[in-house]
Every structure is written in structure tokens, then in C-alpha cells.
Design a protein around this ligand. Structure first.
Ligand code: PGA
Length: 253
């Protein structure tokens, strides 16, 4: 049985004070988090260290939103795996569509980051998803397949076990337009089958595949009840404790 993994991607919202306030508010209801759900918060870099301290001993996990493909060096503005780990970060979102679109990240670069994260004990949440014009042209499957193969290239079965894939159709992110549960389920099933072809079914059956794109309390339960949807990557609705907790509760078995 796969766990349900609900991650809040705060994007470029919440300064240090606001971040601590939000985590305090979430923690007030921490005991209500269903036992089959792993909850993760992914604040901006500036809040990681303080939240890493606050979340010691908590069931709520900490994730970053990006990471350098390098170990260290003269890379102004970059943040390394070692820095993330020193802040008690366990997860890292890689290849988010906003990174692909605004920062020109490619499947090759994302693959380097995924390997770097896994080699150093961080669990990557790797994002894939088609744009609106690609869906309209009926090429969602080949686009997503190319992304999945690209970002997972060279990984071993043991690596996949520590990797989460987030399917986020770009047209559904921050737009209020959600993929229908069936549209999302179809792509998730396709991704799982592809992973079974690349590895085997026991690896594919254990892979957690999150859905992301305008997930909110109103639509979370139906999305999460699909057989191949194992969690959610939540943007806007994760910025308030109540909304995030409602999505978490929707993941109860
Ligand atoms: P959204 O963002 O929930 O605000 O659409 C999701 C994401 O980009 O991860």
C-alpha cells in the first residue's frame, strides 16, 4: 500500500516570520493528520533552517523548492544539497514547471539535480507535465513520457524507491483549472506503466505519484481517490493552515 504524500509548495511566499506562524498553525492540528499521510512543507530557502529546528521530532517533514546540481563552489545565488541537509531538509522539489519556464531548466539539468539529491540522501519530488497547447494537440503522453525518461535517466531501482514524481499539467497550475480526476488518473496510470517498463512492476507499484495544479479542499478527495493518484503537490491552498490541513485530511484512507 502506497503512502499518501501531501506537499505544500509555498513558492516565493512567506518571509521568516510568516513561515514560522504558518508552521505553528499547522502544528496545532498535527495530531489530526491521518496515519497513512506524509505531510511536507516546502518554504523558501530563507525559512528552511528555522523551520528545520521547529519541526525536529514532528511528523511534518521539510522540503526545499530547488537545489544546485553542484556540490559547492563559485555559483553565486545557488544552494547545495549539503546546505539543505544542514537545515534538516528531507525532500526537494526539482524541475517544477516554473523552474523549467522561467529559469530554462531542461530534463538533462533536472536529471543531474535528481541524481545529486539521491546520492546525498535527499528525496526528490520531480515534476513533469504538459503545457496547454501540448494537451490541445493531443501530445500529452509523449511529452510526459519524454520528461519522465529524461529526469529518471540512469537511476537504479533503489533510487526510484526514494523518488516521488509530481504530475502537474502546466495549464492547471495557479489557474484555478484542475485536471478532471479522470484526466489526471489517465496520465498517472501512463507514468506508472512507463516506470514498470523502465524498471519492473514492483518498483512501479511502490512509486508515489502526486498530482499538482489547483488542488484545493473542494477537489482533493475526488482526485486522491483515483487509484494511481498517491498525493498532491499543493501551491496556493497550502499557504493557509486550514486549507492545507483540509487537503491533508482528504488523503485519509
Ligand atoms: P497551485 O500550484 O496549487 O497553486 O496550482 C501547484 C504547484 O505549482 O505546485
Amino acid at each position: 500500500m502506497r503512502r499518501t504524500v501531501i506537499a505544500g509548495n509555498w513558492k516565493m511566499y512567506k518571509d521568516v516570520l510568516e513561515s514560522t506562524q504558518l508552521v505553528e498553525d499547522i502544528r496545532k492540528q498535527e495530531s489530526s493528520i491521518p496515519s497513512n499521510v506524509t505531510a511536507i512543507v516546502c518554504p523558501p530557502f530563507t525559512s528552511l533552517a528555522i523551520l528545520g529546528n521547529m519541526l525536529k521530532g514532528s511528523t511534518i517533514k521539510l522540503g526545499a523548492q530547488n537545489m544546485s546540481e553542484h556540490d559547492e563552489g563559485a555559483y553565486t545565488g545557488e544552494v547545495s544539497w549539503k546546505m539543505l541537509k544542514s537545515a534538516n531538509t528531507e525532500y526537494v522539489i526539482l524541475g517544477h514547471s516554473e523552474r523549467r519556464q522561467y529559469f530554462k531548466e531542461t530534463n538533462e539539468l533536472i536529471n543531474l539535480k535528481v541524481k545529486k539529491a539521491l546520492d546525498n540522501g535527499l528525496k526528490p519530488i520531480v515534476c513533469v507535465g504538459e503545457r496547454l497547447n501540448e494537451r490541445e494537440q493531443g501530445i500529452t503522453d509523449p511529452i510526459v513520457k519524454t520528461q519522465v525518461k529524461g529526469v529518471l535517466a540512469g537511476l537504479k531501482s533503489q533510487d526510484i524507491e526514494r523518488t516521488i514524481i509530481a504530475y502537474e499539467p502546466v495549464w492547471a497550475i495557479g489557474t484555478g483549472k484542475t485536471a478532471t480526476p479522470q484526466q489526471a488518473q489517465d496520465v498517472h496510470k501512463m507514468i506508472r506503466k512507463l516506470v514498470a517498463q523502465l524498471y519492473d512492476w514492483s518498483v512501479a507499484d511502490r512509486l508515489v505519484i502526486q498530482y499538482g495544479g489547483s488542488v484545493k479542499p473542494e477537489n482533493a478527495r475526488e482526485l486522491l481517490s483515483q487509484p494511481d493518484i498517491d498525493g498532491a503537490l499543493v501551491g496556493g491552498a497550502s499557504l493557509k493552515a486550514d486549507g492545507f490541513l483540509q487537503v491533508i485530511h482528504a488523503g485519509k484512507n
